[in-house]
Design a protein around this ligand. Structure first.
Ligand SMILES: Nc1ncnc2c1ncn2[C@@H]1O[C@H](COP(=O)(O)OP(=O)(O)OP(=O)(O)O)[C@@H](O)[C@H]1O
Ligand SMILES: [Mg+2]
Length: 241
């Protein structure tokens, strides 16, 4: 089967800083793929260039069989690719409901918008209770759920998340990963950037390990553990929880 998402020799640079040095990854339909690596490995830069927030210096991104233009997030959202960015970036001056509706902004089919909104409220009861409240009143965990809910409003076939567990309590981290597992059970493909290696490898079908902008290992969680690749790449970075 052809990959849903594929990068080929992707390179990202900020001036003279080469953040991503020729990375080729793929995600199949309905697959959970983790991108692991220490601080500064290039994980966020990889996601941002896939999403069209930064133009790659080299290489290409293919999604659903088409080469993506270098800098257009709206094309991607309309095509079924969504990103939950690092640090959530929800709009705290808006209500929960307004934040969710913003997620549908670039959607082509808006007929089922209200149904989709209700489906998200059914999944996230904490958000349901706070529909009309300012997003600023949400806890960190609830804000992360809101960011995910907002991304789901675009009806993605592939959801990318940049360190979603960052700053969450171990209990909330557990709930977050449970949610991701359920979304995947419903058919959603997931590309997950995480420093919480242990948790990420519990739900990932495959993973890539980045080190200083290069992919130094890839495989199933079993293969990575057996080869000692995870420990080699960044011993002791495994997050708690
Ligand atoms: N806007 C930018 N301008 C200049 N350098 C940048 C910029 N963004 C990232 N970098 C540099 O690119 C490299 C990769 O950073 P990136 O944020 O992609 O890594 P990361 O794996 O996501 O790290 P972290 O785990 O800290 O989020 C780092 O050396 C970083 O300092
Ligand atoms: Mg990052």
């Amino acid at each position: 089967m052809e990959a849903l998402l594929e990068t080929q020799d992707l390179e990202v640079a900020y001036g003279r800083i080469e953040a991503v040095k020729g990375v080729s990854i793929s995600v199949a339909e309905g697959e959970v793929v983790a991108v692991l690596g220490a601080n500064g490995a290039g994980k966020s830069s990889l996601l941002k260039s896939i999403y069209g927030l930064v133009a790659p210096r080299g290489g290409e991104v293919r999604f659903a069989g088409r080469k993506l233009p270098p800098r257009s997030t709206s094309t991607r959202i309309a095509g079924g690719l969504a990103l939950v960015p690092e640090g959530r970036q929800i709009l705290v001056s808006l209500t929960v409901d307004e934040n969710l509706r913003l997620g549908a902004y670039n959607r082509r089919d808006t007929a089922d918008l209200d149904d989709d909104l209700e489906a998200i409220y059914a999944r996230f009861s904490n958000l349901d209770r706070r529909r009309a409240m300012s997003a600023s009143t949400l806890s960190g965990g609830e804000q992360q759920m809101l960011a995910i809910g907002r991304a789901l409003m675009a009806r993605p076939t592939l959801l990318m998340l940049d360190e979603p567990s960052l700053g969450l309590s171990p209990k909330l981290v557990g709930e977050l990963f449970e949610l991701l597992r359920r979304l995947n059970d419903d058919g959603l493909g997931i590309l997950l950037v995480e420093q919480n290696t242990r948790k990420a490898l519990q739900i990932a079908h495959r993973a890539y390990v980045l080190e200083l902008g290069r992919c130094v290992a890839e495989g199933t969680p079993e293969q990575l553990h057996e080869g000692g690749k995870i420990e080699e790449a960044y011993l002791g970075q495994d997050g708690a929880g």
